[in-house]
Design a protein. Structure first.
Length: 343
């Protein structure tokens, strides 16, 4: 602890409190402990909501952290799922593009997206079809299993079996222990077992694809660049090989509007951290971001100041440890910056 000035400061402040009230403990466990390690696609909404919880001295009814996804994001995922389903079915790109344009939910050039996707995936093979089927299953699982205020995993994909319902694990560790839906065990699905088993059999007979690499495992709909990651996975499936270090993956899904502008995120992050530090140490700053921080936190008290410094230290650790949050708020990380305004 002597080598960590920030942690020492937080511990000293806690000792000076003499005791932590129950409402503050709840905010620690539900909001601060559950701080999004990737920043969430709605960055920085979740971080600001934590400040509101501290200011009101009351944890929110729902913590918008990991595995929380609202309707718009789920519908974006269903559009891409439709594209992959059409490719698997052997449909022509212009056919599914016509349907997506008629649906009219996103104003992007679906003709271009579908044509480029079909070119990236290339010709069909049993292995490639199985890989796409497994990725598609993962996308639908994420749509069904993630939750929101008005959707306790009960509005989307209700008619699809995507794994055994389970009350173990799930969302309880991410600030929302009272959620009625805990999760769906994808690995328990007989369909998933058949797909993964057949992939392993094909690769064992000789393939450029490494059976130990599973592109569907580390993919979450709540991540800021989930659809950009999907582009990378699909490009690699089309090539039946992993991308080499430094190899540029083209942007063919027109998904830049689905993840935050990293330049804006980086600038916001610096001001946010400075504002938290100033408020927590009794020296509130001024400026647009600092003014919002000050307004959300309200009147300063020793408990609130301790919570703010604890929250700040948690975020600093997430960034320092190279979590995806660093990738979002680092000014020099990533070639494709995103165009979605900060929420």
């Amino acid at each position: 602890m002597d080598a960590d000035e920030g942690l020492s400061e937080v511990v000293r402040m806690e000792y000076e409190l003499g005791g932590v009230p129950d409402w503050a403990r709840q905010i620690v466990h539900r909001c601060i402990d559950a701080a999004q390690p990737c920043g969430h696609y709605l960055f920085p909404r979740g971080f600001l909501e934590t400040l509101s919880a501290i200011g009101s001295q009351s944890p929110p009814s729902i913590v918008h952290s990991c595995f929380t996804v609202e309707e718009e994001r789920k519908r974006q995922a269903t559009d891409y799922a439709l594209c992959l389903d059409a490719w698997l079915a052997g449909a022509q790109p212009e056919v599914v593009a016509k349907e997506l344009m008629a649906l009219g939910r996103r104003k992007i050039d679906w003709n271009s997206v579908c044509n480029d996707l079909w070119k990236v995936l290339g010709g069909h093979s049993e292995l490639k079809d199985l890989l796409i089927e497994r990725i598609l299953h993962r996308i639908r699982h994420s749509i069904k299993a993630t939750v929101w205020d008005d959707d306790m995993a009960s509005r989307f994909c209700r008619d699809e079996y995507l794994g055994d319902y389970t009350e173990k694990g799930g969302f309880g560790g991410y600030g929302n222990p009272a959620f009625p839906i805990r999760g769906f065990d994808e690995g328990a699905s007989p369909r998933v077992k058949r797909i993964e088993g057949r992939i392993a059999e094909i690769c064992a007979k000789g393939s450029t694809w490494n059976p130990d690499w599973k592109p569907w495992v580390e993919w979450w709909l709540c991540a800021p660049k989930s659809f950009r990651f999907l582009e990378r996975r699909l490009w690699e499936v089309g090539k039946l090989r992993l991308a080499e270090k430094g190899e540029e993956i083209p942007g063919f899904l027109s998904c830049e509007d689905t993840y935050p502008n990293q330049d804006e995120a980086s600038a916001w992050w610096r001001s946010f951290g400075s504002a938290l530090k100033g408020w927590g140490r009794g020296r509130p700053e001024g400026g647009d971001i600092a003014d919002e921080v000050n307004e959300r936190l309200g009147e300063a008290t020793p408990v609130k100041r301790w919570l703010v410094m604890l929250f700040l230290r948690k975020l600093e650790v997430l960034v320092a440890n190279g979590e995806q949050l660093y990738q979002l708020v680092s000014a020099d990380h990533g070639h494709r910056r995103g165009t979605r305004p900060l929420v």
